[in-house]
Design a protein around this ligand. Structure first.
Ligand code: COA
Length: 165
């Protein structure tokens, strides 16, 4: 049986914290589907296609599939034949937030479990929004991103600095 898991997120942008979770999940499952969410609520800086490309250029593994997700996560997970949802945990705040989502997802789909992977200490304070904020004020963020993602972020910051006509 092919054991499949889904790792959903906004990934705006993908950080090395996410990459660490992806790599570790790939050792636990035969196939990992990284499911990139539209998430208009977060007003992403990068398009869905750009965010999918970030995953593809940052992780090279035969078990990796990159997709987009719309609608309910549990419906998507079931439709993919996956048995688990992967989420990264950085701290107690993440745990509180993730617990509610997990309990709701378990209520909606009892056959699907959520597997939490504790973030590497090096990435515990990293989030996509913090990285964008620091970069937008000219701070150095390369150590938190793969080289390709760091270059995309530099370009995006420059583009956003241009005055709109
Ligand atoms: N390393 C680095 N950053 C990490 C991390 C790690 N190990 N773990 C979490 N994060 C950060 C992310 O960068 C992100 O930061 P940001 O808020 O600054 O962007 C944050 O933690 C978590 O965001 P994300 O992973 O994008 O999740 P989310 O909380 O926005 O939820 C979905 C995204 C797709 C999982 C959720 O919206 C969903 O399930 N949508 C489908 C609809 C649905 O089923 N809803 C009902 C759910 S009960």
């Amino acid at each position: 049986m092919t054991r499949i898991a889904v790792y959903p997120g906004t990934f705006d942008p993908l950080t090395l914290g996410h990459v660490d979770i992806i790599r570790r999940a790939l050792t636990l499952f035969d196939r990992l589907i990284v499911a990139v969410a539209h998430n208009e609520r977060k007003q992403p800086w990068f398009s869905l296609q750009e965010r999918m490309d970030m995953v593809r250029t940052s992780v090279d593994s035969p078990g990796l599939v990159v997709d987009t997700i719309e609608g309910l996560l549990v419906d998507y997970t079931k439709a993919q034949g996956a048995i688990a949802i992967i989420r990264g945990l950085r701290n107690g705040e993440d745990l509180a937030y993730e617990s509610n989502m997990t309990l709701m997802n378990r209520r909606l789909a009892p056959s699907i479990d959520t597997v939490f992977l504790l973030s590497d200490p090096a990435h515990m304070f990293v989030s996509s929004s913090l990285v964008k904020e620091v970069a937008s004020f000219g701070g150095a963020v390369d150590e938190f991103l793969s080289p390709a993602v760091a270059a995309s972020l530099r370009d995006r910051v420059a583009l956003r600095r241009q005055p709109t006509k």
